[in-house]
Design a protein around this ligand. Structure first.
Ligand code: FES
Length: 234
């Protein structure tokens, strides 16, 4: 089938402002959007810039807006879009470095702000720190985050104020707050109770719809809100 690709282009070193370029490409319905971008870069215009690494939905580097919705380009097929006209744009809310590449540093600043690592200064046991299957299950869903930023950059609260810590950071805080081996839940909850913290979430669900790992993000955010409101992790 013939696909009309409309791609956002912007090279701040050469362009006064962004524009769109159209490319007509031959595609199979089972081709991924990443395959089409690779074709354009390889055979039509080598200056097209986008991030990708694993090409298998693991590294999270190729999140972008495809027909208005955030996806990993390596996980969405042409036939999934149900249209032969495909518009590809960078994620919203982060500044564009070039074409489909955005500056991820503000996103990672928010991620780092919630202490996304295990904190436990108690003397370690001679073997592992034990945890029951039920205790592990408590935060299983939020371990799946690949930090692609599809959730945070689809959130209207984040678009409205980039100081909002955003859903991805809350997901990664949740992963440790509800880990029975961790001892810094109170500190993370204090950070997330800030004016730019978890209560900026207005339960819009864009994040949950955008997550390529199908993490129940809005549920996780609700659990963090409840922990702050009740002072309990139960
Ligand atoms: S290239 Fe790694 S997730 Fe798509």
């Amino acid at each position: 089938m013939q696909v009309k690709l409309r791609i956002f282009r912007y090279n701040p070193e050469a362009d006064k402002k962004p524009h769109y370029e159209n490319y007509q490409v031959e595609a199979e319905p089972t081709d991924r959007i990443l395959d089409l971008l690779e074709y354009v870069k390889g055979y039509i215009d080598g200056t097209l810039s986008f991030r990708r690494s694993c090409a298998h939905g693991v590294c999270g580097s190729d999140a972008m807006r495809i027909n208005g919705i955030n996806y990993l380009a390596c996980k969405v097929l042409v036939k999934d879009l149900k249209s032969s006209k495909i518009t590809v744009e960078p994620m919203l809310g982060l500044s564009v470095i070039k074409d489909l590449i955005v500056d991820m540093e503000p996103f990672f600043d928010h991620f780092r702000s919630v202490m996304p690592y295990m904190v436990n200064d108690e003397t370690p046991p001679s073997t592992e720190r034990h945890q029951s299957p039920e205790e592990r299950e408590r935060f299983d869903d939020t371990t799946k985050c690949i930090l692609c930023a599809a959730c945070t950059t689809s959130c209207p609260s984040y678009w409205a104020n980039e100081k909002y810590v955003g859903p991805a950071a809350i997901v990664n805080a949740h992963r440790f707050i509800f880990d029975s081996r961790d001892r810094a839940a109170a500190e993370r909850l204090r950070i997330l109770n800030d004016q730019f913290g978890v209560f900026r979430c207005h339960t819009i669900f864009n994040c949950t719809l955008a997550c390529p790992r199908e993490i129940q993000i809005t549920t996780a955010i609700g659990e963090v809100k409840r922990a702050i409101a009740t002072g309990s992790l139960d």
